[in-house]
Design a protein around this ligand. Structure first.
Ligand SMILES: [Mg+2]
Length: 319
């Protein structure tokens, strides 16, 4: 059996097949007036402001061949974008997928990538409404998301001294898995969590919010700079994923705070809204843990008793 490759099928035939498979999603979404297959997609506007974001996963940078199925990589490409919308309190409505792939890429690979994006979009009531495919040297998956703002938008700016700091879920699992995979161990490449519902609800009471993609300390630093305040983190209270403890042992906490790719939400809550927070906790769909507070001072993140945290950054593509 010979593998069908992108160059055998060609751009137009591959897109035509994909468009047919997406047909039911368009019918199910009340927002899509023109779906894939025309020059551009057309969405019905809602009364809420639109929230837009884009992110790319590149083979050799974000993942390596064989780490995960194409479908899983497609789902991850959707989820890293959904995480940015969640951090604003927004909900995905429509996705665009831009693929860059070498001509010898199996058709099954690009089919899987597109199916993964469409599946996770569908699970949140959103639809894959269009995209582009182009020849390139490496596989690169770019997803653009259009979302509806929730009742209240959360920003990185707005945290005040005295606000309490909370995080969803746990930290360090993805960084630990990538370390194991790079060492040649066969472990699962974990998918980012979906925190859209939590983000929508937390935005209603947050003074500031961000999703943790580059490391908890680094992303908290972004909140501090945007808000003009400092933060104190109690490292002992940060929820460390079991997989991170297994891989890093005594250094697990340090890796959980700096590893990145957690896609959990970090939220500052004013003291006067703590009762409202207690009331919505059970409806977030995930654990929420208090890890510190905002304090007056020059923008900086302090981790008392942790010498490793001084000057500890997170992930930076160009350093
Ligand atoms: Mg973000």
């Amino acid at each position: 059996v010979t593998t069908r490759r992108l160059r055998d099928v060609g751009e137009h035939r591959w897109i035509a097949g994909l468009v047919r498979r997406l047909h039911d999603d368009m019918a199910a979404s009340g927002r899509v007036l023109v779906g894939p297959g025309d020059d551009a997609a057309v969405l019905r506007a809602s009364r809420r402001p639109l929230v837009l974001t884009v992110d790319t996963l590149v083979e050799g940078v974000h993942f390596r061949a064989g780490w995960a199925s194409p479908r899983t990589i497609g789902r991850q490409a959707f989820r890293v974008n959904a995480s940015d919308l969640a951090a604003m309190g927004a909900t995905p409505v429509a996705a665009l997928l831009a693929l860059e792939a070498p001509g010898d890429t199996p058709v099954a690979t690009v089919d899987g990538l597109a199916a993964g994006v469409a599946a996770d979009a569908r699970a949140l009531g959103a639809a894959l409404v269009g995209g582009n495919v182009t020849a390139g040297r490496a596989l690169a998956v770019t997803v653009t998301l259009v979302g509806d703002a929730g009742p209240r938008l959360a920003r990185r700016a707005g945290a005040r001294p005295g606000d309490r700091l909370f995080v969803t879920g746990s930290f360090g699992a993805r960084a630990a898995a990538v370390r194991s995979l790079l060492a040649g161990r066969r472990v699962r490449w974990p998918l980012a969590p979906v925190r859209v519902e939590a983000g929508r609800r937390l935005a209603a009471i947050a003074s500031a919010m961000i999703d943790v993609s580059d490391g908890l300390l680094q992303d908290l630093g972004h909140v501090c700079r945007a808000s003009g305040v400092a933060a104190v983190v109690d490292a002992a209270r940060v929820p460390v994923a079991a997989g991170c403890r297994r891989v890093y042992g005594a250094a697990a906490v340090a890796h959980a705070l700096t590893g990145g790719e957690d896609y959990e939400l970090l939220v500052a809550v004013p003291p006067r809204r703590l009762r409202a927070l207690a009331a919505l906790r059970a409806r977030l769909g995930c654990p929420l843990t208090e890890i510190g507070r905002m304090v007056a001072g020059r923008p900086a993140v302090h981790v008392p008793g942790a010498a490793w945290a001084r000057g500890a950054g997170g992930f930076d593509h160009f350093r």
